[in-house]
Ligand binder design. Structure first.
Ligand SMILES: [Mn+2]
Length: 280
């Protein structure tokens, strides 16, 4: 394996890069099965069995300038300090004029990233692709939970600027709140192709890989039957080409629950495609 420790093709140095790839190996609030902390190192390793060329976008990741910043060193067991570290690091990279692609880790990592992004892009819109609403007020008394992340984000981004796709699991109250407040499109990703935002609007994309059916991606902490196919997800993502995507993350891959490696390979491929979208 030709892995120099970096994700395939992300060989730029920091100063020359337009996109910074950052691993955030945090899974401290996982409600069911932990293990997403192992995703960043796993996707880096599997990425070297991908091609650098994307036939879908007719682009090569070796032709764009991406810096792999490695993994954040997380203060294990301390959620608040972890989130604060992520926010500080994101702010620092944004102030250097770069875009961020974050690889979780669990979904709570999106909250501090979005906080930092909103400071830089007050009109930030958020596209959330996931099996779960993530709109809980709290989970077992804890507000800082991966099951609450979009509810937390809605305190920083007006829910009218939040677009949720593929959702098929959550409490009734979450579905009611989502339908009333966000742009809420459950079960499928078809509506993403008709998203009604201007091409210049700054968009942050957060992708929970459990939106995929467990048949395609069993390696995740909270698998949820009834999901989309890999090609449906890819097609939906590619339809975002031409939009002003200013940052993105991919979360909740837990590689050890899929000994075939297919989940990690799928996630690595999605990273290649999304990072190309970020560079357009
Ligand atoms: Mn989820």
């Amino acid at each position: 394996m030709n892995s120099n420790g970096k994700f395939l093709g992300f060989n730029s140095n920091y100063d020359d890069s337009s996109v910074v790839f950052m691993g955030i190996p945090f899974d401290g609030t996982a409600s069911f099965r932990p293990g997403s902390r192992f995703a960043p190192e796993s996707v880096r390793s599997y990425s070297h069995h991908l091609e650098t060329y994307s036939p879908y976008q007719d682009q090569d990741i070796e032709d764009i300038s991406v810096f792999d910043a490695g993994d954040l060193i997380i203060p294990l067991g301390n959620t608040k300090n972890t989130l604060s570290l992520i926010e500080t690091k994101t702010t620092e990279i944004l102030s250097d004029g770069k875009k961020i692609f974050a690889c979780g880790g669990e979904h709570l990592i999106s909250y501090p990233i979005v906080k930092a992004y909103v400071n830089r892009y007050p009109n930030l819109h958020v596209i959330h692709i996931d099996a779960h609403t993530d709109l809980r007020e709290q989970y077992r008394g804890e507000k800082l939970s991966h099951a609450s992340v979009i509810k937390l984000v809605s305190q920083k981004v007006n829910p009218k600027k939040i677009y949720q796709y593929g959702i098929r699991s959550g409490e009734k109250e979450e579905f009611v709140w989502g339908r009333q407040n966000t742009n809420f499109f459950p079960y499928s990703l078809a509506k993403l192709k008709n998203i009604n935002i201007a091409k210049t609007t700054p968009v942050y994309l957060t992708l929970d890989v459990d939106v995929l059916d467990p048949a395609y991606l069993p390696g995740t902490g909270t698998p949820e039957p009834g999901g989309v196919t890999f090609n449906e997800l890819l097609e939906a993502l590619l339809s975002l080409n031409g939009f002003n995507i200013v940052g993105a993350d991919i979360v909740e891959l837990a590689p050890d629950y899929d000994s075939s490696g297919a989940s990690t390979k799928a996630t690595s491929k999605l990273i290649r495609e999304i990072v190309l979208l970020l560079s357009n």
